[in-house]
Design a protein around this ligand. Structure first.
Ligand code: AMP
Ligand code: ZN
Ligand code: FE
Ligand code: FE
Length: 285
């Protein structure tokens, strides 16, 4: 019994619909999946319906963009209440920040005589939580770049000519917000941050878990984070970070996290909120 707890749809920068992503999860035999779109939960209702129809357990989640001491980090919030008013209000603000940043980055590109428009980027993104990958795709459509990687290298990466810094919630506030919405806060892909020395402070801020398994983690890296998780009494999670075709190839199926880890997540939630109703495994397993 395996799960994938890190997936994106077109409600942020993935290319799959919730329905197609769920069908792919079924094809790979996954018994539980979480949707972790950046700074939004808009895909969760549809994904829940799709999962119910094929007997997959669905975990509502999001991936919040945050920062700690100037370092960007992504915090996954699992089992969140997708109707929580303050969570929705805060995410609305993050989406506005994202949209304004797209406008600023397109203006910089136009200043460099790159012929793209914000309308083209927004039309292509077709979501409330647009990001740099959408600008990259617009640059490919405009035949300015040949690949997403090239777009990031030439224009979009930190300190490249079209890069604009983005306001981010602090990691401590993000963890508190996830908890307020009834969820568990997990540090996403710690290897991509490479700041293990920050983990004790995040634990102090009540971080619940570490994403030990991720497409970009080698087996020895996963083992390293498993050891850190054990040391700090953190939950172990994992996921493919599938963005559909946005990252060249679909990654769903590449990470198979044992279902036992989901059981442990629920046990921790029950400890925190004894009366909490949690999704049950569906189907016959
Ligand atoms: P944004 O949310 O607008 O800052 O965009 C961040 C997203 O861009 C991340 O989720 C990554 O998937 C993607 N990304 C970041 N850096 C690169 C890169 N160098 N090449 C390709 N994709 C990247
Ligand atoms: Zn993404
Ligand atoms: Fe991420
Ligand atoms: Fe992600």
């Amino acid at each position: 019994m395996y799960t994938d707890l890190h997936l994106h749809t077109h409600f942020s920068d993935g290319t799959y619909t919730p329905e197609f992503l769920t069908a792919e999860a079924k094809r790979f035999g996954l018994v539980a999946i979480a949707l972790t779109d950046h700074d939004t939960i808009e895909g969760c209702d549809r994904m829940q319906v799709a999962c119910d129809s094929v007997g997959i357990e669905f975990i509502a989640a999001t991936e919040l963009t945050a920062e700690f001491n100037g370092t960007e980090m992504h915090l996954l919030g699992y089992f969140i209440d997708t109707k929580h008013p303050r969570l929705l209000e805060e995410m609305g603000r993050f989406q506005e920040v994202r949209q304004n940043r797209i406008r600023e980055m397109v203006a910089r590109l136009r200043g460099l005589n790159v012929p793209i428009t914000e309308e083209a980027v927004f039309a292509l993104a077709n979501c409330n939580s647009p990001g740099r990958p959408h600008i990259a795709r617009a640059l490919i459509d405009a035949k300015v770049c040949r690949s997403v990687d090239e777009a990031f290298e030439r224009f979009l990466k930190k300190n490249r000519p079209a890069w604009v810094p983005k306001f981010k919630i602090s990691a401590t506030d993000a963890i508190a917000l996830i908890h307020e919405a009834g969820g568990l806060a997990v540090l996403a892909h710690p290897l991509l941050i490479r700041r293990d020395e920050l983990i004790p402070d995040l634990v102090e801020a009540k971080l619940d878990g570490l994403e030990c398994y991720h497409t970009r983690h080698t087996p020895s890296i996963s083992e390293h984070y498993e050891m850190l998780a054990e040391h700090f009494n953190l939950l172990v999670t994992g996921g493919s970070d599938c963005h559909g075709m946005n990252k060249g190839k679909p990654l769903i199926g590449s990470i198979k996290l044992p279902y036992e880890n989901v059981r442990r997540m629920k046990a921790r939630l029950r400890d925190n909120h004894p009366s909490r109703l949690l999704p049950e495994p569906s189907g016959t397993y």
